[in-house]
Unconditional design. Sequence first.
Length: 198
Amino acid sequence: MLDYAITGGTVVDGTGADAVRADVGITGGRIVEIVPPGRLSQQATETFDADGLVVAPGVVDVHTHYDAQLYWDPYATPSNVHGVTTVFGGNCGFTLAPLRASDGDYTRRLMARVEGMAIPALERGAPWDWESFGEYLAGLDGRVGVNAGFLVGHCALRRYVMGPEAVEREATDAEVAEMVSVLHTSIAAGGLGLSTTR
């Protein structure tokens, strides 16, 4: 028996093939059948009538700045209404972690200036109670309605290691080594890699 059946929809499979009217069978979280309407090989525990709707894979948005917004908007609107099911944040070198408590205001103002985010929304929308990248991710775990992954931003690493001097001078060899160490710890905690911009 199928877990789910999506019936009568117009299937756009993402391969470039023409759209076709079809039924889709799903078992164990995997698509196991795409067949002409009425031809699924098994009954389903749950059926969704998609007549008049498009059935398509979710869209992956590899460049977002939802790092803070997901705290107050777990659905990543308006992206979700456009078919986006997976978002990646932490782009352009801008992330909210790692973060020392004394740098919260700086980071909020940076995001407001560079990304056009409203400071009051940033101040009230997220708890700002994390320090490590892992703690930041833990604050979102189980609370978001989209798949989400995050890069570790160069700006946050510099500020975390160098404090206010991060925008004043080049890093010393020891500071670069510390940034690399914090980056590795952040990746081990779930960060997807380093992001930066010039």
